[in-house]
Design a protein. Structure first.
Length: 287
């Protein structure tokens, strides 16, 4: 059996056949115990060893887990199969990992990071509003649930549609952060509150709550289309948008990128070079 692990399916197979069954894909020091209990005769371990920073230790942990039937926690070499576990993985990977996983897809550009060393992970609650009209952005806070990200298209111009009072309201709802294609103010207070925020413009001028606009409609920011429910990941490198219908696949790819980079980093620290570990010479054109 290869691919997405289904231990219940494996148990059923073992009930109807005496043929040895092998299992591969997503095996690490945690999942290997479930594979053993489900009746796997042959267990094939790939990335948990080949991408490990310490191969010897990883092998020992997996063998110990098999022999003792005790799960040994593994942050890496995990793969999500449903959206309930996405946030944990997306908090581990970077926007650089995600861009690589999306075939070097570009981030949202042209926004200022208000808070240093911030990380935003969450589903998008989208807002389209008239420049300076902060009515719908504030109402979006009431629409948002814990962990959501409010993404506002205010035309990319002043006045501000977000400030310290909106931030306090968002914190009460446990909103993960805000992305604003437009203006923000009260940045000193927002920094003190440690609320993750990106905006195109910083300005002291606020607009008026006129009530124009819509919540949870498709919007476009800096050329990137964002639909309600898409996943937003932002850090010091920028902002990436993962379409909701591709999020499981891309999250798993991003984790694979992170694991491979960890292995390369370890080899470099042990005395190799990036050119050697990345096998750059094989890509050179020969005359």
């Amino acid at each position: 059996m290869k691919g997405k692990i289904n231990f219940e399916q494996l148990k059923q197979v073992k009930k109807i056949t005496k043929i040895p069954v092998s299992i591969a894909g997503g095996i690490n020091s945690e999942t290997v115990v479930d594979a053993v209990k489900a009746g796997a005769d042959i267990i094939i371990v790939g990335g948990a060893i080949t991408k490990s920073q310490n191969v010897s230790r990883s092998v020992k942990e997996i063998k110990l887990a098999i022999n003792k039937k005790i799960k040994i926690k593994s942050l890496l070499y995990n793969r999500v199969r449903e959206e309930t576990k996405l946030r944990k993985i997306l908090n581990l990977v970077s926007t650089a990992n995600i861009s690589d996983a999306m075939h070097r897809f570009p981030p949202i550009s042209g926004l200022i990071s208000i808070l240093e060393n911030q990380k935003i992970v969450g589903r998008a609650v989208t807002v389209r509003t008239y420049p300076g009209d902060w009515s719908k952005p504030v109402q979006a806070i009431d629409v948002a649930t814990q962990g959501d990200v409010i993404v506002i298209d205010a035309g990319g111009v002043e006045p501000a549609v977000w400030g310290e009072l909106a931030t306090n309201s968002a914190l009460k709802k446990k909103v993960a952060g805000v992305i604003i294609w437009g203006g923000i103010r009260d940045v000193k207070e927002i920094k003190k509150l440690r609320f993750p925020a990106f905006a195109k413009i910083i300005t002291p001028q606020a607009g008026e709550p006129k009530g124009f606009g819509e919540i949870n409609v498709p919007i476009t920011i800096s050329g990137t289309k964002i639909f309600p429910g898409d996943w937003i990941i932002a850090d010091g490198d920028g902002i990436m948008v993962i379409p909701k219908n591709e999020v499981v696949e891309i999250t798993n790819r991003a984790m694979d990128v992170l694991e491979r980079e960890n292995r390369l980093r370890k080899e470099i620290l042990n005395g190799s070079t990036l050119a050697q570990t990345a096998y750059l010479t094989k890509w050179e054109k020969k005359s």
